[in-house]
Design a binder for this molecule. Structure first.
Ligand code: B1M
Length: 213
């Protein structure tokens, strides 16, 4: 069994310590970071996602898998940051109000830091005014909103509205993403950028920061 399959399978079993050890071993074996992430950690998480959807596993199993995912990903983070150059811009990121899912948000953050962006992490369940106030106070060029629930993605529109009320939408842009979010939804709410995955989100944020600077 390849080490990446091993990471994926142990993640599905929620064996966080083993996942961490295997990720370290993969790093030592010089396996590219994006491969460890995509073929090891994310592949395991997507199996759990499908099983959760089909009621084959339940919340506790998903939680331990998510913990294993975060432990493995924490080892990759500094390596991604190492590859990055000097700060290419500053963004704030969070999961929208009412939504506690943070795995995707953490991945986006990790990818952005890997691209040399300074990232202010607001965590989960973030109110629209918190995004906007943070961006204004801390000089962020981009507000990044993640949502995983169809019932919470509407909060993204409130972020855009708050930014407009503050008269700052010309200087600060809003990026949106997460499983239920689409380009059509992004256009509908007047957000500035949608990307489907974390790596594209990081590339897009760098481009936006460059265009604003
Ligand atoms: Co929840 N959950 N969950 N959950 N959960 C989903 C999202 C769900 C689709 C499962 C299902 O029923 N099939 C479903 C939502 C259905 C819907 O809205 N229509 C659901 C539900 C219903 C719920 C609860 C309501 C369950 C309950 O309590 N009955 C509850 C809600 C709690 C709350 O938030 N208020 C809940 C709870 C949980 C756990 C706590 C158990 C756990 C979260 C743990 C954590 O995050 N720390 C959890 C999990 C893990 C999932 C699934 C299984 C996996 C989500 C995930 O992390 N995916 C999910 C099922 C699934 O997706 N198949 C599910 C991996 C992650 C890397 O993907 O976040 O999409 P994602 O990020 C991607 C891209 O979307 C993109 O980059 C990432 C990778 O490249 N991206 C961005 C993300 N943010 C971006 C921002 C960007 C750009 C790209 O720009 C700013």
């Amino acid at each position: 069994m390849s080490i990446l399959t091993d990471i994926s399978e142990n993640l599905q079993k929620g064996k966080a310590k083993v996942v961490k050890q295997l990720v370290q071993q993969a790093i030592d074996e010089k396996i590219p970071v994006d491969q460890i992430l995509n073929e090891g950690l994310l592949s395991g998480m997507s199996v759990i996602g499908e099983k959760f959807k089909n009621n084959e596993v339940f919340v506790p199993e998903v939680l331990v898998a998510a913990r294993a995912m975060n432990m493995g990903a924490s080892l990759l983070k500094p390596l991604m940051a190492e590859a990055g150059v000097q700060a290419t811009g500053k963004v704030c990121i969070g999961t929208v109000r009412g939504d506690l899912h943070d795995i995707g948000k953490n991945l986006v953050k990790m990818m952005m830091e890997g691209k040399g962006l300074e990232v202010v992490d607001l965590g989960t369940d973030v109110a629209p005014e918190t995004y906007v106030q943070t961006a204004l106070d801390q000089g962020c060029q981009v507000i990044c909103c993640s949502a995983l629930l169809t019932t919470t993605m509407c909060e993204m529109e409130n972020v855009v509205k708050k930014l407009e009320e503050a008269g700052a939408h010309d200087k600060i842009k809003v990026m949106v993403g997460g499983a239920p979010v689409t380009q059509a939804f992004c256009d509908q709410i007047g957000a500035d950028c949608y990307t489907a995955d974390a790596a594209s989100a990081a590339d897009a944020a760098v481009e936006i920061c460059k265009s604003i600077a």
